[in-house]
Ligand binder design. Structure first.
Ligand code: AHR
Length: 486
């Protein structure tokens, strides 16, 4: 019999709001035609900045703490110097990651202006493909220096007297991948990134550096952490889950991320023990999402809710996570020149970022488990190392937070089952009086239901119900519930 047990004394860690961060890359229509469209014919863009006002408004509702930029694969042949100064002088270049052309009309200063407008912190990924340490130092100087030196003065000349104060810098993107320009072996990358980190921190000791990780459980991660633990603040992980056309695979996929985080936590511990370090070193999950298809359905929204449950449950180790990506590319928001629509996946993301902040609680869940015969091929490698990790995945997937100020428990519950509804008792360790519960539900009758410019089949329905001691969880649904405790 299914049940959920909650005890507000069992705190894992506080949920870091930075797990609700975003990512914009020079890829497809993410930037041009997504967040930036100066020549929009329908009056949707700000005449001065060229930013799409409608996109900014929706992104503001997502309360995004950090935005990562400019890639992704794009960054590995990006010359940041091309993207500053008068636009008519910016060179148009061949773009090798996505085989397109880059106008450079949107560059560092536009990115910073966009972040300020959005009320978010910028996070820059450095080019460790074709770029040199000299380029990286110049970029950092341009952004953060208040000295009387060349690149700081160039920023002033370009109209920005005050430093941009970019706190987060990543040491390359997916340098391990064969698709990456300038792919490297782990030892080579580790040696190089160590020297880069030293120099960057000499120029600006306040920056937070992110080492380039792989899945968190790869040999690459072990080698990189061992060498870089002393000089970085975060280790990055990238995982995209795919459905292989099956709902069960789609929604249990995020269990791979949970396993990966457990393994990364241990690798970080090991690296710290070996080097005798006592510093903070946590995970920046700077690319995650339900990948492959771009037009999401309800099943994908359920997958995204499960992803976010993982981050809340692992609040002690994941301190930053960036959905890849924020607009148009594998994204919760799709634009055209005449407007935008919110994909199904927008709704769980919106609920989590607005509600699931506070102290993450260790919830005990009894639930029927997934016992499908096949393990998704893309997580075979992980499954080999951790037999049954996925076959035992619970259909009822839960995270919970306690908000001290309002004395509220907020519970995020996903029923991943394709066809069964469950009535689930919630047993609290603390007394619960007569209560009204605020319920936010993302559901629709068909798993294949999608949203589009013509209308939304999947969105959040809000209601208030009397607390009766249990939840009725519809098949393939996501529910956020807020209860006030005495
Ligand atoms: O987000 C799309 C791409 O996926 C990114 O550019 C890359 O880092 C990853 O492989």
């Amino acid at each position: 019999m299914a049940s959920i047990r909650i005890d507000i004394e069992r705190i894992i860690s506080s949920v870091d709001p930075r797990i609700y961060s975003g990512f914009i890359e020079h890829m497809g229509r993410c930037i041009y035609g997504g967040i930036y469209e100066p020549d929009n014919q329908y009056g949707l863009s700000d005449p001065k900045t060229g930013f799409r006002n409608d996109v900014l408004a929706v992104l503001k509702d997502l309360k995004i703490p950090i935005v990562r930029y400019p890639g992704g694969n794009f960054v590995s042949s990006y010359r940041w110097q091309d993207g500053i100064g008068p636009k008519e002088l910016r060179p148009r270049r061949p773009e090798l990651a996505w085989l397109s052309e880059e106008s450079n009309f949107f560059g560092t200063d536009e990115f910073i202006d966009f972040c300020r407008e959005l009320g978010t912190e910028p996070f820059i990924c450095l080019n460790m493909g074709t770029g040199t340490l000299q380029d990286a130092l110049a970029w950092l100087e341009y952004c953060n220096s208040s000295a009387n030196t060349y690149y700081a003065n160039l920023r002033r000349k370009n109209g920005h007297d005050e430093p941009h104060n970019v706190k987060y810098w990543a040491l390359g993107n997916e340098v391990w991948g064969p698709w990456q320009i300038g792919q490297q072996e782990s030892q080579d990358y580790a040696k190089k990134a160590y020297q880069w980190a030293k120099a960057l921190k000499l120029l600006d000791p306040s920056v937070k550096l992110v080492s380039c990780g792989e899945t968190g459980y790869a040999d690459w991660d072990r080698v990189i952490l061992r060498k870089l633990a002393s000089v970085v603040d975060f280790h990055s992980i990238h995982i995209y889950t795919v459905s292989e056309g099956k709902h069960a695979v789609n929604v249990i996929g995020p269990a791979a991320a949970e396993k990966a985080l457990d393994i990364t936590r241990s690798l970080i511990d090991l690296a710290k023990i070996e080097a005798g370090l006592e510093k903070d070193l946590t995970v920046c999950f700077d690319e995650w999402n339900k990948g492959a298809e771009e037009h999401y359905d309800l099943s994908d929204a359920i997958a995204v809710a499960s992803w976010l449950n993982v981050f809340v449950r692992k609040a002690d180790i994941v301190k930053i996570a960036c959905i890849a990506q924020s607009v148009n590319v594998i994204s919760p928001i799709i634009t055209s020149s005449q407007g935008l629509f919110k994909q199904t996946t927008y709704y769980p993301l919106h609920l989590f970022t607005n509600l699931m902040r506070g102290a993450s609680l260790a919830v005990h869940v009894n639930s029927p488990v997934y016992n499908g015969p096949t393990v998704p091929t893309w997580i075979k490698q992980l499954d080999t190392h951790t037999p049954n990790a996925f076959k035992l995945t619970k259909y009822i997937d839960v995270s919970a937070v306690y908000v001290e100020e309002s004395k509220e428990v907020r519970i995020a519950v996903v029923n991943r089952h394709q066809s069964e509804d469950f009535t689930v008792p919630i047993i609290f360790a603390q007394p619960v009086g007569e209560k009204t519960v605020k319920v936010y539900e993302v559901w629709s009758p068909q798993l294949g239901d999608k949203n589009g410019f013509e209308g939304e089949k999947v969105s959040t329905v809000q209601k208030e119900v009397d607390w009766e001691g249990s939840y009725v969880l519809k098949r393939h649904s996501f529910q956020g519930r807020i209860m006030e405790l005495v």
